[in-house]
Design a binder for this molecule. Structure first.
Ligand code: DQA
Length: 144
């Protein structure tokens, strides 16, 4: 069984309760279910969430030996974290960056992403459906 790491950054533990007019009413449990349903045969997901930059770096390090690809929504660290970019650059498999909201329709500071310099694909504004699409894409890129 190949494992895809679905990694969520700061404040996403509050998904469903945090600014639902922007992020919707679905929760991280819904994200996990949607990603699992989107997996091709032979793939499974492991979901993780952290509010701490260093812990996200370490989760990515752990994925080097345990995951075939990463779906990442780094939350606000998307726009600030060279450390997360460097960690992703040390990961060999495909990486898909996800944002629930359309960051390009929001404040200017959300328009730049450090993660995009590494990501094989970027999805924004599809709500939690973006995670499922990202999971499917990783299955395609990794193959059977
Ligand atoms: C987000 C967009 C980021 O700008 C924001 O800081 C988040 C969530 C999204 O999923 O739309 O926390 O990554």
């Amino acid at each position: 069984m190949k494992t895809i790491l679905v990694l969520n950054g700061p404040n996403l533990n509050l998904l469903g309760r945090r600014q639902p007019e922007i992020y919707g009413h679905e929760t991280l449990a819904d994200v996990e279910a949607a990603c699992r349903a989107a997996c091709a045969e032979g793939f499974d997901i492991r979901q993780a969430q952290s509010n701490h930059e260093g812990e996200i770096v370490e989760l990515i390090h752990g994925a080097r030996d345990t995951a075939c690809g990463i779906v990442i929504n780094a939350g606000a660290y998307t726009h600030t974290s060279v450390a997360i970019l460097d960690a992703l650059n040390a990961f060999d498999g495909p990486v898909i960056e996800v944002h629930i909201s359309n960051v390009h329709r929001r404040e200017g500071f959300r328009h730049h992403s450090y993660i995009s310099a590494r990501a094989d694909g970027v999805i924004a504004g599809l709500g939690i459906e973006g995670y499922a699409a990202a999971t499917r894409r990783i299955c395609t890129l990794v193959g059977a």
